[in-house]
Every structure is written in C-alpha cells, then in structure tokens.
Design a protein around this ligand. Structure first.
Ligand SMILES: NC(=O)C1=CN([C@@H]2O[C@H](COP(=O)(O)OP(=O)(O)OC[C@H]3O[C@@H](n4cnc5c(N)ncnc54)[C@H](O)[C@@H]3O)[C@@H](O)[C@H]2O)[C@@H](O)CC1
Length: 472
C-alpha cells in the first residue's frame, strides 16, 4: 500500500524548512528521475523531444534536457518561453551545455511533456491545445513530467490532454493521477524521490493506493478436520434477473464460502448444482448479499424481515439502491455493511441520503472528495464506489484500487464482485477487509485472463478465482 496526496506543497516546504534542501536540489532529483527512465529505455543517440512550459514543470523539463545533452539527440521546445525564476536559471544552464532549441515539434523516439504540471490553473489556450494534439500524434514513447498536461488538480482532463505511456511524478503519488478519467492519460506511474527518502518526504495521509502485494487469498483450508460449516454460509438474493444472483452465488462458492444459498422468490430454471435454494434466508447464514438483478420480486415485508431486521453482515448492490426500505441499513452502524454502487447508483444514493442532486459527471470529477464526504457522514459503512479505479471508503480513510482492467467493463463483473465480498464476510472478514480483498481479487482475476480484453466473461473471472496469487 502506498500513500496518496492531494498535492505535495506542504511536503516540498518541509524539504526546504526542515531539511535545508533547495528548490534547485529538488529539481535536479526530479529531472534525474526522468533521465533514469529514459536511459533505461533508449540507446545513446536516440532523439528526445522535450516540450517545456513557462513554470517549474517546464524547468524540470529544461533540467532534463541538460542531463541528457551529449548522450542523446535532445531537442528542447519552449512554446511559451521560460518565465519562472527556476525555468530561467535552468535555461541558462542548458544553453551553456549546448542544448538546441527546437523551432517546431519534430518526430522523436521519446517525447517528454513538461508543459504544465501541478500549476495548471486555467484552460489550455488554443495554441497549447494544438501543440498537445501534435505531441499526441507523434509516434514515439511518451513521458509526462509529474502530471500529464491538461489534467487539473483533481485529475479531470481538458478536452485535449497529453497521453503518456509513463508519468514520472515528483516526491509522492497524487490522487489526481488515479481519478478514473486520468487512467486514459497517465500510463504507467513512477514516483521519484526528491533528495530525501520517500519515508522522510511523506507526511501522514488518509488515502492509500492498493497494490498487488496487498492481496491475500482467502484462508487456505489447512485444518484437515474442518467441515463446510467452518467456512460460513453466504445467502445471496436472486431476483428478477436471475443470472446476476447466480453469478454472485457462484463467485461466493468459488471464493471459499462453505455453503452458498440463493434466496429466491420462486423456482429457478437451472441453478448450478453447488448452490442451494431457499425462499427465506437460511437460519445458519453468516452473511447476505442483495441487489444484483433484484427487480421487484420480493415483498417489502420480506425484505424488512429477512434483511433489514437481520444483524448479519451484508453487501448492498445495484437495485438495492432503489429500495428505501433496504437503504435503512446504511444507518445501522453496528453492522458490517458494504455498499457497492457504480456512479449512477451513487448519485441515486446521494440524493436519498444527502438530499443533494449530483450528476454522474460531477461524481466522476469529484470521486475522492465525495467518497470522503460520504465516509464522514456514514463512517462505519464501507463504501466501494465502482469505476476504473474503485475507491473504498471507511472511517474517513480511502483505498484506491488501480489494478482493474478494461476487460471488466462488461455486465456481470459487478455481480461477481458482490459474490467475492459476501464470501469473505461469510467467512468472518470485517467489512473493510472483505471489500479490499474482493476488489483486489476481481482485478487480479481480470489481469490473469489471457484472451482479448473484449472477450472476457464473468464466468472467466470466477474460474480464475481458484488460482490467484499476489505475484501474478
Ligand atoms: N518544490 C517544487 O515546487 C517542485 C516542483 N516541481 C515541478 O514544478 C511543477 C509545478 O510548478 P509550477 O507551480 O511552476 O506550475 P507549472 O509549471 O505546472 O505551471 C505554472 C505556470 O504556468 C502558468 N499557467 C498555468 N496554467 C496555464 C495555462 N492554462 N496556460 C498558460 N499558462 C498557464 C502559470 O501562470 C505559471 O506560470 C511540478 O508539477 C513539478 O513538475 C519539481 O521540480 C519538484 C519540486
């Protein structure tokens, strides 16, 4: 797990005030971090085009030009000149070592975007937009300095933003790089130390980035005398769209629940043989999941009695967010509760609980902030806000999972996720751990799928659950 920050200003200040470092020193490390990435990828003589802006992001780029000059065929483009004091100083140094200025943007094996970073404060002009488009159209490897040009401090992209293969970010990881929309632009992300170890640079944070190594597969069955009752009993409500409930139930069984029952309204056509059926929650159930394909089958009274009045850990998903009777659960703060809305469902939930209308676009642009606000209002509830980079919120802390792939963009992935979470709740995991591990398992299962990304089925995910490891 790594820490994420809204910005690095306070930590930069600490470097100056407490550690006696200078801006110059920090910048040298920033540029050296980029140079290292380039040296690892390109032989001497390769052409490197660096587009540098007027501020300190540009100054990082100009410093990089100096570091590479002599070994590479460097071209430095300064479309807006050098304006900050550091940019001017770095340009003077770059000139002295003979860095050539590019008249126009020209083809290169490596293209570095150092136009704007953390300081982007207004929309890109037409001239810069056209420049970024030209850079995007070039064929070479694309490296963004700190933050791709065009992403604002939240990570919201301008209509045109630099599309990087690699973003080398300075000092610490920023939330903006992990907004869903930013995933189109950032490419791989590497963080560079700025003259002190990251441990000394970083301050406390309440936001974390999940990594592959955080995944712990469900407990192995290492007690030979154990029986099915030792691994919990997941009860999954299976409603109108019965496929959703069957997927969730199958995922729960595959992810280790000792018993899984589909709670149904009437007979199912052909449930998998390993799932049991019941019209009520079995008395020995240890966790519930409800909402996936639920529709209108179940009477309100039954839901109240079997789900709301129960104290069992519960996952609420999909249609559950359209049922006020089920949403009472969000106020049951002594219960293990995981809610897994996608942005449109979160909008509906927000309106109901917070009495405020939000569009899906507003939610997507402010995912971190809204997840924080939700958690401040309902601290005990575990929120898993779905998206390209799902955010899990609990007690004011956020956990971001960047590991999922676009292969998951298919109906049924969310049903599998609910199944994973309820399987872990049934086995006794706390809600936060169940949400984190379920989310990681889903992402790792998708990454281990070898077919074309458009072809993955939810059942492919379920198949892979038995062989997941964090080394994948
Ligand atoms: N301690 C530090 O401050 C460090 C800063 N570093 C670099 O400095 C960057 C931040 O530098 P700055 O704060 O100077 O910010 P930027 O260089 O990102 O941009 C600020 C400059 O661009 C102008 N500007 C903003 N939006 C514009 C727009 N749409 N069109 C035209 N001009 C626009 C501003 O007026 C200002 O002159 C970081 O992203 C990072 O690359 C690194 O060198 C590490 C240390």
């Amino acid at each position: 797990m790594q820490r994420l920050y809204r910005n690095c200003y306070a930590m930069d200040r600490k470097c100056y005030e407490e550690y006696g470092l200078t801006e110059d020193l920090l910048m040298e490390h920033a540029a050296e971090g980029m140079a290292r990435q380039i040296r690892e990828r390109f032989d001497a003589g390769a052409r490197v085009l660096i587009a540098a802006g007027p501020g300190n992001n540009g100054a990082d780029g100009i410093t990089l030009a100096r570091l590479l000059q002599g070994r590479y065929d460097v071209r430095l483009s300064l479309p807006l000149g050098a304006k900050s004091a550091m940019a001017k100083l770095q340009l003077e140094r770059a000139r002295k070592v003979g860095v050539p200025l590019a008249e126009a943007v020209e083809a290169a094996e490596c293209i570095v975007d150092a136009l704007f970073g953390a300081g982007l404060s207004r929309p890109l002009s037409e001239e810069i937009t056209a420049l970024v488009e030209r850079l995007n159209d070039l064929e070479g490897f694309k490296l963004a300095c700190d933050i791709p040009t065009g992403l604002d401090e939240r990570g919201v992209p301008s209509p045109v933003a630099f599309r990087a293969d690699l973003t080398v970010t300075m000092g610490a990881l920023k939330e903006a790089l992990y907004l869903d929309a930013a995933k189109e632009y950032v490419g791989r992300i590497e963080c560079v130390d700025l003259g002190v170890e990251r441990l000394l640079y970083e301050e406390e944070s309440t936001t974390y980035l999940l990594e592959e190594s955080d995944f712990l597969p469900p407990l192995r069955r290492d007690r030979p005398s154990a029986h099915k009752g030792s691994f919990g009993h997941a009860a999954v409500f299976c409603g109108e769209k019965e496929g959703a409930g069957i997927l969730a139930g199958s995922a729960a069984a595959r992810f280790g629940a000792g018993l899984t029952t589909l709670v149904i309204h009437e007979k199912l056509s052909a449930p998998p043989a390993f799932l049991m059926l019941s019209t009520t929650v079995p008395p020995r159930a240890t966790a519930l999941a409800i909402g996936m394909g639920l529709g209108e089958y179940f009477e309100e009274e039954l839901l109240e009695k079997e789900v709301v009045d129960s104290s069992l850990p519960v996952v609420l998903d999909a249609d559950a967010f359209a049922k006020p009777e089920l949403l009472q659960i969000v106020h049951q703060e002594n219960r293990e509760v995981v809610i897994t809305p996608h942005p449109a469902e979160f909008a509906r939930l927000w309106k109901y609980l917070m009495k405020e209308e939000l569009s899906v676009e507003e939610i997507q642009e402010n995912r971190f902030e809204l997840a924080r606000r939700f958690s401040a209002r309902f601290p005990r509830i575990v929120l898993l806000l779905k998206g390209a980079n799902p955010i899990i919120a609990h007690l004011g802390e956020l956990y971001v999972n960047p590991l999922g792939t676009v292969a998951l963009a298919k109906g049924g992935s969310g049903d599998v996720l609910s199944g994973l979470i309820v399987a872990l709740l049934a086995q006794g995991y706390e809600a936060l751990d169940a949400a984190i591990q379920g989310s990681l398992a889903l992402a790792l299962a998708a990454r281990s799928y070898e077919g074309a990304d458009y072809s993955m089925l939810p059942t492919d995910l379920i198949e892979r659950l038995g062989s997941l490891s964090s080394e994948e």
